[in-house]
Structures are given as structure tokens and as C-alpha cells.
Design a protein around this ligand. Structure first.
Ligand code: CP
Length: 303
């Protein structure tokens, strides 16, 4: 059966657990190579720039015996040069897997429907599921997930959505702190709450960041202005005043709290330099774990 991962909801909480168990094992023996993609080709269609996602997916495919082929933003023309259906139909004749970074979530759905091969979301305007897998793996490594508190401070965006749903399914108490007008949508809060109800966790929206961060075990933030929102940057800087993850805010969290950011960071906006570079920061572990989590996901999909 062709199985795509277009959102984190395409994986049950139990399946996320299986993938992350596999990632932890593979990480312990970094030289070990898999054969799950032996003889297979993965097409990476990227409509936006990337460091972490591109490199980690190319390595993951190679490490599993497959061949990655990268198409850069100007080469793709997804929805401009050709419809997603035409791209998907052609790609499905050449390749065994599509890994796509795009603006519009519907492009992923159209590629999945037309290609006949698994499609993996490498970031869309709606979700960043592979980032969430790496994030939960990182939290597991830094004190664990179940019964601990994760506070996300900032925009209720794609990263927040995937993270909240995945972490709630691991039994975490998830608090999301956003200014008015930037909260996570109610359907995603409901999905995360349903997963939390099954795992013993909880989900709450707490607008005051000082209250939200109080005694938290993990403090997470992401850029206030994502790719494609550049015209809103000035307004967003005003609207997010008071939501910077700085030394004062982190001082309200648990004394051994981890600080997370998916990167790239807008230093001095959503996070201060001294916190991003400070002793609580686990952002490089997060970045490294993109490789281990995605390699485990691909191995699991093709096992
Ligand atoms: N976190 C993340 O997706 O990074 P890139 O944009 O560099 O891929």
C-alpha cells in the first residue's frame, strides 16, 4: 500500500513512537546503513530554500541505499510551469518517492493523488511533520516526553501545529502562547487534545508568555515571519512584542529546561542571541535529529 505523510496526522501516536524508537536505535550506530531504499529513487521537489531539510533528506535516502534527485525552486514551477497533477504523473513514472517542500498544502495532496508513489511533506504552509518527529526525538533525549511540559511561544504556525499534535500524543502537557490573532486554529487544538486525552497529556492555549512558560521543561519558539510572509514582517514585529524567548522568559521555566528552535532563527526577534547560543539550547541536536528521524521514517515507510 502506498503510504504518504502529508501531515503529522497521517501517523498515529503509536506509529510516531515506532519511528522514533527506530531513529534512536539507528542514531546509536551512525555508520550503520539500511537497504530499505535499495535501487529506489527519491525526487526532492523544493519550492523554498532549505539547509536542514534538504541535506538531511538527501543523506537519509542515500544512507538507506536510495538515490536522491533534487529539483530547486526555479526548476520546479509547481503550479506555474506545470500543474501538480502533471508533475506528479511524470514523477511517478521515474521515481519511487516524492519529498516535497511547498507553499500550499493542497500541492502535496495533488502530488500524492496523481503520482501513485508515497509523498512526504518537507514543509508546507500547514505542517512541518518531519520537523516535529525530530523535535519529539530531541525532547525524548533531553529528559523525556511523558508527563513533562512543553511551552511553545510564538506564531501558531505550521511548526506549532505539527509539534503540538506529535508532543500531545507522547503524553506531554503542551501549552501554546501566541498573541491575539496568531493562535493555533481550533481544529488542530482539538486534534492535539484528542491525542493528549489518549496519552495522559494535555493541551492549553495560554496567551501570557510568562504564565505559559512557568516551570516548563521545554521552551520552543519559531520565527515570527515565515517564508512567504515577508510583506507582513513589520506588522508582525509589532504584534509579537513581548513574546521574545529571552533570558528573563527562560528564567521562569524549570531550572533545567531545554530551549528549542527549528532554525533558521531571526536572532534578536523571536529569540535572543544569549538564549539561542546558551547552555539550555538544544537546537543543534534538533537539527541533527532531522536526519535520524527522517531516515527512520523512510525506512519504516518502505520496510
Ligand atoms: N527547520 C527547517 O526546516 O530548516 P530548513 O528550512 O533549513 O530546511
Amino acid at each position: 500500500m502506498t503510504r504518504s505523510v502529508l501531515t503529522v496526522c497521517d501517523l498515529s501516536s503509536s506509529e510516531i513512537g515506532q519511528v522514533l524508537d527506530r531513529a534512536r536505535e539507528a542514531k546509536q550506530d551512525r555508520r550503520r546503513r539500511g537497504t530499505e531504499l535499495e535501487g529506489l529513487t527519491a525526487l526532492l521537489i523544493f519550492q523554498k530554500p532549505s539547509l536542514r531539510t534538504r541535506v538531511s533528506f538527501e543523506l537519509a535516502v542515500s544512507n538507506l541505499g536510495g538515490r536522491p534527485l533534487y529539483l530547486s525552486p526555479p526548476e520546479v514551477g509547481l503550479g506555474e510551469r506545470e500543474t501538480p497533477e502533471d508533475v506528479g504523473g511524470v514523477a511517478g513514472r521515474y521515481c519511487d518517492l516524492i519529498i516535497c517542500r511547498t507553499f500550499d498544502q493542497s500541492n502535496l495532496e495533488r502530488l500524492a493523488a496523481s503520482s501513485g508513489v508515497p509523498v512526504v511533506n518537507a514543509l508546507s504552509d500547514w505542517e512541518h511533520p518531519c520537523q516535529a518527529l525530530a523535535d519529539v526525538l530531541t525532547i525524548r533525549e533531553h529528559g523525556g516526553t511523558t508527563g513533562r511540559t512543553l511551552t511553545y511561544v510564538g506564531d501558531g504556525n505550521n511548526v506549532a501545529r505539527s509539534l503540538a499534535i506529535a508532543a500531545a500524543g507522547e503524553g506531554m502537557d503542551v501549552r501554546i502562547s501566541s498573541p491575539s490573532g496568531y493562535e493555533l486554529d481550533s481544529a488542530s487544538v482539538t486534534e492535539a487534545s484528542n491525542r493528549a486525552a489518549a496519552s495522559g497529556g494535555s493541551v492549553s492555549l495560554v496567551s501570557d508568555p510568562d504564565v505559559a512558560v512557568s516551570r516548563a521543561d521545554v521552551v520552543y519558539t519559531d520565527t515570527w515571519t515565515s517564508m512567504g510572509q515577508e510583506l507582513e514582517a513589520k506588522q508582525r514585529l509589532e504584534d509579537f512584542t513581548g513574546y521574545q524567548v529571552d533570558v528573563d522568559l527562560v528564567g521562569k521555566a524549570s531550572p533545567d529546561a531545554s530551549v528549542m528552535h527549528c532554525l533558521p532563527a531571526h536572532r534578536g526577534e523571536e529569540i535572543s542571541d544569549d538564549v539561542l547560543d546558551g547552555p539550555r539550547s538544544v537546537v543543534l541536536d534538533q537539527a541533527e535529529n532531522r536526519l535520524h528521524a527522517q531516515q527512520a521514517l523512510l525506512a519504516w515507510l518502505f520496510a
